[in-house]
Design a protein around this ligand. Sequence first.
Ligand code: HPA
Length: 277
Amino acid sequence: MKDADEYQKRVEECVSFFHDTAPFSPDLIVQLGTGLGDFGNRVTSERSLPYSQIPHFPQSTVDSHSGNLIFGHLNGKKIAVLQGRFHHYEGYSTREVAFPIRVLSLLGAKTFLLTNAAGGLNPLYPPGTIMVLRDHLNFLGENPLRGPNIENWGPRFPDLSTPYSPKLIKTALDSASHCKIKNVVSGVYVCIPGPSLETPAETRWLRSCGADAVGMSSVPEIIVAIHAGMDVLGLSVISNVNDPDNFEPIILEDIIATTKAMGPKLERLLVEIIGRI
Ligand code: HPA
C-alpha cells in the first residue's frame, strides 16, 4: 500500500505548509464550479495562492476552472475559497480530486459548501434553476476512500444515510426566500465519469434511477468531507435540460454562459447562507 502511504505523506506536507503560511484555520470551505468563480471577489482576502504554488496540489487542466485558493473573511466567517476543482475525467483518481478537501478538513474546516453546473434531468427544473443537493448517486465507479483507512481522518465505513446536512438545506431554502431568489429547489445529483456527455438512452436511465441533475464533479469531495465529519451543502446550477425524447446538443459554451449569468444570484445566496451558518 505504498500509494496510500505516499498520499498520506503528501497530505501531511501540505497541511504543514498551511500551518506555516495560512492566515487562519478556516471555519468553512467554499468550492466554486464552472463559470461560478467570481464569488471569490466577495470575500475580504487575506491570502490568495495559485494552486501551482501549493505543495502537492493537483493542477486544473480545464480552462473554465481558474485554480486559486483564497483565505478570506465574509460575514464574520473565516473561509477558504477553492476557485476551481479537479475532475476524475482529467485523469485524476477520486482521492486526488478530493485532496484539497482532505487537507482543509485537517486544518479544521467544519463545513463544506460547494457549487457546480449540472444538466437537468427533471423536466420541472429548467435552466437557471438552483438545485440544493438532497442526495446523490456515485456513478464514477471509484470511491476516494478505497484503500487503507486512516483512523485519524475518519471511520472505515462512513454513514451516508444523511449525506447533506438537513439544517444547511433548510438554511439554503430560507436564504433563497429571504433574498427573493426564485427557482431554488432540492433534488438528487448523479455524478458520471464523463468527459463525453450523456446519450439520450443514458439520460433516460439516469432519470429512472431517481436523479434530478447530472454532472461530472463534486461527489468525491463530498464523500471525503463526510468521512472527515464535515457538514455538507451542495448547490447545482442547472445549465441545460436533457430531455431524452427531444434531445438537444449539449454545448460547453452554453453551459458556461448560463452559469455565468446565474453567478450574481448564486453569490447573493451564498453570502446570505454563510451569514446564517
Ligand atoms: N451533463 C453532464 N455534466 C454537465 C451537464 C450535462 O448535461 N451540464 C453541465 N454539466
